[in-house]
Design a protein around this ligand. Structure first.
Ligand code: 13P
Length: 246
């Protein structure tokens, strides 16, 4: 079970310090993997504040080259160097706002894995494709186009674009259908079972229903992870869910 927090471009130094005070009072489970993806500039700061806790840290993106004349970009090696274990690749906000295409995303993921980072590769359809019944085919193509050959120790996050930050989520059937399909494709390609996280408007109210869905191996939380109380409530729901299923 994996609970991941994508803070995007939110939370400054002061808010991060407050957030971590709540984390320090909390009793974490050994059975849940947790990772926070803070803004790039605070990776080191957060890393130092939670070094004693079983929480990993990840970057929100990395470049496909390890170093060079790429002003404003970040190297997978540098993320690794500052204590990151994970990196998000192909988030729809980057695909849309930074024009990242599948080929580039594949190359970023490949470089990250070669730098010993674990990748959370994000995929997701838009509302038009969902409405026209094309979501499953769209995701299959997206996955085929952006999955690097060296994909190991890594995860997929299924994040329908229309669900991010909107409060709308697919039905349990739609999530199950998609996750099952993604796992099937990955098994065929890689001959191993890859964990698939769900992301898009996950919150304290819907977390139990989402975790109950077959083939949901965890969640990637945006908005609701910005508040320590909500984030820890989501985490606690995962612990409870695991206790029941063990
Ligand atoms: P929200 O949880 O705010 O919808 O964001 C999801 C997301 O984009 C996580 O990467």
């Amino acid at each position: 079970m994996f609970i991941a927090a994508n803070w995007k471009m939110n939370l400054d130094k002061k808010s991060i310090l407050e957030f971590t005070k709540s984390l320090q009072k909390f009793k974490f489970s050994n059975h849940i993997n947790t990772c926070i993806f803070p803004p790039l500039t605070y990776i080191d700061y957060l890393h130092n504040l939670i070094k004693n806790l079983p929480i990993s840290i990840g970057g929100q993106n990395c470049h496909f080259k390890s170093f060079g004349a790429f002003t404003g970009e970040v190297s997978a090696n540098f993320l690794k160097d500052t204590g990151c274990e994970y990196v998000l690749i192909g988030h729809s906000e980057r695909r849309i706002l930074n024009n990242e295409n599948n080929a580039e995303i594949k190359s970023r993921a490949e470089t990250a894995i070669n730098s010993s980072l674990k990748v959370i590769l994000c995929i997701g359809e838009n509302l038009a494709d969902r409405k026209e019944g094309k979501a499953v085919d769209y995701i299959e193509k997206q996955l085929n186009d952006c999955l690097p050959n060296n994909f190991h120790n890594s995860f997929i996050a299924y994040e329908p674009i229309w669900s991010i930050g909107t409060g709308k989520i697919p039905s349990s059937f739609e999530i199950q259908e998609m996750h099952t399909h993604i796992k099937k494709i990955l098994y065929k390609k890689l001959n191993k079972n890859i964990n698939v996280l769900y992301g898009g408007s996950v919150n304290v109210k819907n977390i139990n229903d989402i975790l109950d869905i077959t083939n949901v191996d965890g969640v990637l939380v945006g908005g609701a992870s910005l508040n320590a109380k909500d984030f820890l409530a989501i985490y606690s729901a995962a612990v409870k869910h695991l206790d029941i299923s063990l």
